[in-house]
Design a protein around this ligand. Structure first.
Ligand code: HEC
Ligand code: HEC
Length: 487
C-alpha cells in the first residue's frame, strides 16, 4: 500500500483494485455447508446471550473476538486520535476530557460497545491484539447493544461503519500513516448510508467476483452491483433456519460463514487451514438464544395474542411453541409481489452470483458429493424469519425501515423519515424511541448526525408491504403485540 502523500494521485487507478481488496468484511452472505461435513449442534444451548459471557465463553466466541482473520484496519494510536477530526463542538468537548472518556465518546459515535463480562475495555466488534492492532470481526454487525446492554448475536443497530471509516482515513492522513483496504474500499463503494445498516451483501458479491470455484484469485472486470443497505439479522435465528439470508437461498453450513475473509491477502489455503475454526464458530451460532423480555407482560392479553398469532401469522413464521421448537419453523418464502417489502435486495444478487456461489468451495459442489450444499438459484421472494426475541432486534424488516413492532402491525402509521433519539426501549410500541421529521436536515454539517436518519423514500429503504396485520382489529393488534414480547 502507499503513503498518505502519494495516495491522492493513485486514487482513481485504485478504484478497480479496491474492489478486489475490499474485503472487509464480512460479507456474509452467501452460504453454506456444515451439517453434512459433520458440524454438530451444541448439546446444550447457551442461556440467553447476554448471560453467556459471564459463564465460560464458547470457543467459537473466543475465536471471533480474539483471532484476526484479516489484516488489521487501524491501530490504537489512530483510534485514540480520531477525535481530532470531529466537528465542533464535539472536538472541543473531547479535548477537555481524559483518554478513557474520549474512548467512551468514540465508542458511542461509532456504535461500538464493551464486551459483556470483560473489563479489558476492548470493543466487542473488533479484535485488538497485543500490539494494539484493531481488526473488524463478525460482531461489528452481529453484536450490538440491546437497549443499552451489549449482546453478542444481536444486530448492531448503531454501527456507524461509513462514518468510522471516513474519520479513520482522515486521521491516518493527518498522521502520515499507511492507508489500508477499508480506507480505500470506502472510497470505491458506499459502506452504509444509515447507521445500523450496511451494504454488506454487495461486499460479498464484489469479493466472490474475483475468485474461481476453488477460491483462487482471478482477474475479472468489476461486477455490476446494486448498492443497498441491510439491517443484519440476529444470530439467534440461526439454529432454526435450514437456509440462510432473507431470501433463504443458501443452505446453512460452516464454510459459507468464511466469506468475510475473502480478502486478497487470504489465498485458498487459508480457507482449508481455518475451516476447523469455522466449525466452532458455526457451533457457537447454533447455540445462541435470544434474551428474554424484561419488562412487565400482561399474560392474559398475550394468551389472546397467541391464539390470534396462530391463525394469522404462524403459517409463515412458525408456531413459536417455544424457543427450541425447530421442527415447527416452516422456512416459508413469500413471493415478492405478495410480501411487498422493499424489492432491491432480492434483485441485487444476480443469477450469475448465486451460480458462482453454488459451484464454489463454499457450497462444495464438485467435491465430495456427500458434502454438497444446496443453493436456490432463483428465489422469488423473502423468507419469513422466526420471531424469537423479536423485541430485541429493532428496527424491523430486512432493511431496518420500521422502528417498532407497533409500526409493523400498523402499516399506515409507519414514519417516512425518522431517527432514533434514545437508547432505552419504547416499551409501549416495543422498539426504538424515535422522532419523526419531514426530511433529513441537509444543513446539518456533521455526517454522523445525518446518517442517524432513516429516509424510507430512498432506494432500497422502502417501509411498504407486509400488510397482513391489517386483517386484525386494533384491540387484536394490541394482543398480538403483547404476545410478541414473550417470544
Ligand atoms: C458489515 C456487516 C456484517 C459483518 C461484518 C458480518 N455480517 Fe453477517 N450479515 C450481515 C447482513 C447485512 C446480513 C443479511 C444478509 C442477507 O440476508 O442477505 C448477514 C447475514 C448473516 C447470516 C445469515 C443469518 C440468517 O438468519 O439468515 C449469517 C449466519 C452471518 N451473517 C454470519 C456472519 C459471520 C460468521 C460473520 C463474520 C465471519 C459475519 N456475518 C460478518 C452483515 C454483516
Ligand atoms: C404470508 C406470510 C406472512 C404472514 C401471514 C405474516 N408474515 Fe410477518 N413476515 C413475512 C416475511 C416474508 C417477512 C420478512 C419481510 C422483510 O424483511 O422484507 C416478515 C417479517 C415480519 C416481521 C419483522 C421481522 C424482522 O426480524 O425484522 C415481524 C415482526 C412480523 N413479520 C410479524 C408478523 C405478524 C405479527 C404476523 C401476523 C399478524 C405476520 N408477520 C404475518 C411473512 C409473513
Amino acid at each position: 500500500m502507499f503513503k498518505a502523500s502519494d495516495r491522492l494521485i493513485h486514487l482513481r487507478v485504485r478504484v478497480q483494485i479496491v474492489f478486489r481488496r475490499l474485503v472487509f468484511a464480512s460479507v456474509l452472505f452467501f452460504g453454506l455447508h456444515g451439517a453434512a461435513l459433520g458440524t454438530e449442534t451444541a448439546d446444550h444451548p447457551s442461556p440467553p446471550t447476554r448471560e453467556a459471557s459471564t459463564l465460560t465463553p464458547h470457543p467459537g466466541y473466543l475465536l471471533l473476538t480474539e483471532k484476526a482473520y484479516l489484516p488489521p484496519d487501524f491501530d490504537q494510536e489512530t483510534f485514540d486520535s480520531v477525535w481530532k477530526v470531529w466537528p465542533q463542538p464535539l472536538r472541543e468537548q473531547a479535548a477537555d476530557v481524559s483518554v478513557e472518556e474520549r474512548r467512551q465518546m468514540a465508542f458511542q459515535r461509532y456504535g461500538l460497545t464493551k464486551r459483556p463480562g470483560d473489563d479489558s475495555g476492548k470493543p466487542l466488534q473488533y479484535v485488538v491484539d497485543d500490539q494494539g492492532h484493531w481488526t473488524m470481526n463478525c460482531l461489528a454487525c452481529h453484536g450490538g447493544s440491546v437497549y443499552g446492554r451489549p449482546t453478542p448475536g444481536a444486530p448492531n443497530n448503531l454501527y456507524a461503519l461509513q462514518t468510522l471509516s471516513e474519520e479513520i482515513r482522515k486521521t491516518k492522513l493527518r498522521m502520515g500513516k499507511t492507508l489500508t483496504r477499508m480506507d480505500l474500499g470506502s472510497l470505491a463503494i458506499p459502506l452504509g448510508t444509515t447507521h445500523g445498516t450496511t451494504n454488506a451483501v454487495v461486499f460479498g458479491v464484489a469479493l466472490m467476483n474475483f475468485r474461481d470455484r476453488h477460491l483462487n484469485i482471478v482477474n475479472a472486470p468489476p461486477p455490476p452491483v446494486v448498492h443497498h443497505d441491510m439491517d443484519a439479522p440476529p444470530w439467534w435465528y440461526f439454529h432454526k433456519r435450514p437456509y440462510l439470508y432473507i431470501d433463504g437461498f443458501a443452505q446453512r453450513g460452516h464454510r459459507g460463514l468464511m466469506q468475510f475473509i475473502l480478502v486478497q491477502e487470504n489465498g485458498p489455503e487459508k480457507f482449508r487451514q481455518w475451516e476447523q475454526d469455522f466449525r466452532q464458530i458455526y457451533d457457537y451460532l447454533m447455540s445462541l438464544r435470544p434474551p428474554p423480555y424484561e419488562g412487565p407482560i400482561d399474560h392474559g392479553l398475550a394468551d389472546r395474542g397467541q391464539a390470534l398469532f396462530r391463525v394469522n401469522c404462524a403459517e409463515c413464521h412458525g408456531g413459536n411453541g417455544g424457543r427450541d421448537s425447530v421442527e415447527r419453523y416452516p422456512n416459508h418464502r413469500e413471493p415478492l409481489d405478495s410480501i411487498g417489502t422493499d424489492p432491491v435486495r432480492l434483485r441485487a444478487i444476480p443469477l450469475e452470483g448465486r451460480q458462482r456461489y453454488a459451484e464454489s468451495w463454499f457450497a462444495a459442489a464438485g467435491e465430495d458429493p456427500e458434502s454438497v450444499q444446496h443453493t436456490i438459484l432463483d428465489p422469488d421472494g423473502y423468507v419469513a424469519p422466526p420471531l424469537d426475541g423479536i423485541w430485541a432486534s429493532a428496527p424491523y424488516f430486512h432493511n431496518g425501515s420500521v422502528p417498532t413492532l407497533w409500526h409493523v402491525l400498523n402499516p399506515e402509521q409507519r414514519p417516512t423519515v425518522w431517527r432514533r433519539i434514545a437508547e432505552e426501549i419504547d416499551a409501549e410500541k416495543v422498539g426504538l424511541r424515535i422522532e419523526v421529521v419531514h426530511q433529513i436536515p441537509l444543513t446539518e454539517s456533521d455526517f454522523a448526525v445525518r446518517r442517524q436518519y432513516f429516509d424510507t423514500r430512498k432506494a432500497g429503504k422502502s417501509n411498504a408491504g407486509h400488510d397482513y396485520p391489517d386483517s386484525l382489529t386494533p384491540s387484536e393488534k394490541q394482543a398480538v403485540l403483547e404476545y410478541l414480547k414473550t417470544l
